[in-house]
Write a protein that binds this ligand. Sequence first.
Ligand code: FAQ
Length: 315
Amino acid sequence: MTVITEDPGAANAAFDAAVAADERIEPRDWMPDGYRATLIRQIAQHAHSEIIGMQPEANWITRAPSLRRKAILMAKVQDEAGHGLYLYSAAETLGVGRDELLDKLHAGRQKYSSIFNYPTLTWADVGAIGWLVDGAAIINQVPICRCSYGPYARAMVRICKEESFHQRQGYELLHTLSKGTAEQHAMAQDAVDRWWWPSLMMFGPPDDESAHSAQSMAWKIKRHSNDELRQRFVDICVPQAEILGLTLPDPDLKWNEERGQHDFGAIDWSEFKEVLRGNGPCNEQRISQRRQAHEDGAWVREAAAAYALKHSEES
Ligand code: FAQ
C-alpha cells in the first residue's frame, strides 16, 4: 500500500482499509502519527529489553559449570544482541535513529521489560530465564509476526525461531538440575519460585488497566490482549512443570473444567508498578552497566564511522 495523496481523509481511509484487509504497512506508506508513535514506543521498548536482557545471564558466563554450557550461554546472550539489532533497525524505518533511542534509554525516558530488573542468584536462574522468560517472550511475540507493520513483523519471525531454541535450552538445563542431586533439585525449584510471578508480569498490566491495548489491537500491532496471552502462558507451563518435577509457586493454580483453562492466584501489581518506577532490585545496576558499556564502546563506533568514511572516499 503506497498512498501518495494530498487528501488526509483519503490517506487515512486507505490506511484503515489496508489494516482491515490484513495488508502490511511498509515504511514509505502513509500512516497516522499515532500509529508511528505507538510502533516506535513498543519497538524501542522491545529493543531495549533485548540488550538490557543480556546482563542477567551474562552474569553467569564465567561461572558456567561446563564448556558445553558456557558455549550455549555465550551463543544465547549474543543472539539477544542480534535481536536488539534487528529491532533498532525496524525502528529506524519509522524515522527514528538508534542513537536517539539509546539516549532515551540511558536517560530513563524509555522503558525496557520489567523482568530484567531481577537478579540471577544461582546457575539455575539461567535455566529459569530460558524456560519462563524466553517462554513468555515467545507467547507474546509469535502473534507479532502478524503485526500490521512489515519491518517489525519480519524481524519477529527470525527472533521467534531463535527464542524457541533459547526456551528449549533453559528447559533442558532445568530438567537436568531437577533430576540431579537433591541440592540441584532445590536450586532449580528456588529459581522457578523466584521467576514465576515476574514472568507473568511480562505480559503487561491487566486488560482493564492497559492504556494502549485497545488502540494497538485496532491497528493490528497487538493481536491478543495482555490477559489472553498471560493465560495461554500459564496453561502451557503447568504440564511442562510437571514433566520437570517442579512446582509453580501458586497455591491457587488449578484446572477450571468450565473455562477449559487454569485459574491462578492474584498477581502483585504493586510490585510491577514499583519495578516500572525504577525501584526493582536491579534497576540502577542495569542502567548504569548499560551506560558504562555504551561509553566503553565509543571507540568502536568511532572506528566504524572512520572506516565507513574512508571506504566511501575510496569508492
Ligand atoms: N515491563 O498499555 P500497556 C525479551 C508498560 S522479551 C515494562 O499494556 P502495551 C526476550 C507499557 O510500555 C521482553 N513496561 O502497553 C529476551 C506502557 O508504558 P508506556 C520484551 C511494561 O505496549 C529474553 C504501560 O506499561 N518484549 O526481551 C511492561 O500495549 C531473555 C501500559 O501497558 C516486548 O517488548 C513490562 N513487562 O503492552 C531477551 C514485546 N508491560 O509506554 C533477553 C513487545 C507493560 O505507556 C533474555 N511488546 N509495560 O510508558 C509488547 O508486546 C507490549 O509492549 C507489552 C505491553 C505487552 C509489553
